[in-house]
Design a protein around this ligand. Structure first.
Ligand code: AHR
Length: 502
């Protein structure tokens, strides 16, 4: 049996958690939009064609913000194609995914869907085939009240009030050779700088995220962040990070190390952003937007990425998640919460079908993938201040990582409700763990709920025929006395304990 202790103090706060870290992502790709959130004719579809079963699961997932419309799709997208009367909208070739885009669903449909889902839209402007001119038109269409060409066009399309979209991404993964109109850091830095300026002149209230590297392994990583921020520092609020996690060694002990890799990635980008600030003697801090993250390595064949014949809404990268993937997602969420001082937005990519937390069948059911569960629990209980944890736990080593703690934990205190929640991952493959958490400064407490996500088979999946194979259950071995929480964590388990003042 392993023994781990965690000590927190109400006064020792990393940061209030920004609820935008529970964002997700809808791209015009595969069956994410068409057959995912939108399927006219589906038995649950409303008058807008929005699947109500998917909407209900989106609310249950607890997503706070949804990024749209891409992804790689963005870099060839003309926003004008997706507004106005549907019968007049053109079908276009989507070069990013080799598909035909009908444009039946566009900006106004997405904003309407976000209202129904109770989420904030996060929009992006195309800096691949397009640039500042179209970005200023698009933000005028979305956010300007009235009396100009594009604001009046929006009103003519039935949206009298401006959409008031606050969060905008300046392009997508512009460093990647796969991107439509890839750019060097210098080229991108210049166009992002000028685009940010004109967007802010149209609407000074927006928040802007500049593209960081497409992932931690890009050859230009580091240099890219530095050059882009040197140019855009005064004009943007966020730099983006994207990271997809792989289980290449098919070994859970090694697979867990992607969590530490992400933690390093975050801290390195913070260091670069702060070095740019320091050279300017600026107190401004650029925040991080991890606006694409997930497990993605199984559905990665050429056929997963592109199919011949320019199909409409083909099955692309429909990763089926298993229990071990859910443990990784749980561990990543703990890391995001523990970096709450700098990670102020994050998007699980994607919401439905395409590396989705939710899966659907055309005309059929929708169900929760395994990774749905840690995300929905973190989104439900992740409120308030993230407390600094002082942890004693054993560790193990795998190649390139000298020390991986068996216990990963995050503790949040919500001053409004008084609730204090402990998220704990036991990474031991063999040993149960006796966990002891000392909640100092929080008064005597009682247990509100305790749950465990565990399965005997790491490869267990949720499927159409077995949608609840991997599901959280009540926790049998937990007690709270005074300020002290004690629990026994099974090997390979993700656990959530919620307490309140007595
Ligand atoms: O989420 C799938 C794709 O992954 C996105 O379109 C792109 O930004 C990333 O490479």
């Amino acid at each position: 049996m392993l023994t781990s202790t965690v000590v927190v103090n109400k006064e020792f706060v990393i940061s209030p958690l920004d609820r935008r870290v529970f964002g997700t992502f809808v791209e015009h790709m595969g069956r994410c939009v068409y057959g995912g959130i939108y399927e006219a004719g589906h038995p649950t579809a409303d008058g807008n064609g929005f699947r109500q079963d998917v909407l209900a699961l989106t609310r249950e997932l607890g997503a706070t913000m949804v990024r749209y419309p891409g992804g790689n799709f963005l870099s060839g997208y003309n926003w004008e194609d997706g507004v106005g009367p549907k019968q007049a909208r053109p079908s276009r070739l989507d070069l990013a995914w080799g598909s035909t885009e009908s444009n039946e669903f566009g900006t106004n449909e997405f904003v309407t869907w976000c209202k129904a889902a109770g989420v904030e839209p996060m929009f992006a402007v195309n800096l691949g085939t397009r640039g500042p001119d179209q970005a200023r038109d698009f933000i005028e269409y979305c956010n300007h009240p009235a009396g100009t060409r594009y604001s009046d066009l929006r009103r003519a399309h039935g949206f009298e009030q401006p959409h008031g979209i606050k969060f905008w991404c300046l392009g997508n993964e512009m460093d990647g050779p796969w991107q439509i109109c890839q750019k060097t850091a210098t080229e991108y830095g210049r166009v992002a700088q000028e685009t940010a300026k004109v967007m802010r002149w149209v609407d000074p209230g927006v928040q802007l995220a500049v593209c960081g590297s497409s992932n931690h392994s890009m050859p230009s990583y580091g240099h890219w962040e530095q050059e882009v921020l040197e140019r855009c520092f005064e004009h943007v609020d966020f730099i983006s990070l994207h990271q997809y996690f792989r289980n290449d060694a098919n070994d859970i002990r090694t697979y867990f190390s992607v969590i530490e890799d992400l933690d390093s990635f975050i801290k390195e980008v913070v260091a670069i952003a702060d070095a740019v600030a320091a050279k300017r003697r600026s107190p401004k801090r650029i925040m991080l937007s991890l606006d694409e993250w997930n497990v993605w390595y199984k559905a990665h064949t050429p056929a997963d990425l592109r199919q011949p014949g320019w199909p409409r809404a083909p099955r692309l990268i429909e990763e089926v998640y298993n229990f071990e993937d859910a443990l990784i997602v749980g561990g990543v969420l703990i890391t995001l919460m523990n970096n709450a001082d700098r990670v102020k937005a994050a998007c699980l990519a994607q919401l439905v079908n395409v590396i989705g937390a939710i899966m659907t069948e055309a005309g059929g059911p929708a169900w929760r993938q395994t990774i749905f569960h840690p995300f929905s629990q973190a989104a439900r209980y992740g409120h308030g201040n993230v407390l600094r944890t002082h942890t004693h736990t054993d560790s193990y080593a795998v190649a390139n990582h000298l020390k991986l703690d068996y216990l990963l934990a995050s503790v949040l205190h919500d001053e409004n409700s008084g609730r204090c929640t402990v998220f704990a991952l036991n990474r031991s493959t063999t040993d149960a763990m006796r966990l002891s958490v000392e909640l100092n400064g929080l008064g005597h407490r009682s247990l509100v709920s305790a749950s465990e996500l565990h399965h005997a088979d790491l490869k267990a999946e949720n499927t159409r025929s077995s949608p609840d194979a991997v599901n959280p259950s009540g926790h049998a071995e937990v007690s709270v006395k005074g300020t002290h929480l004690q629990a026994k964590l099974r090997p390979l388990s993700w656990n959530v304990f919620v307490t309140q003042p007595v």
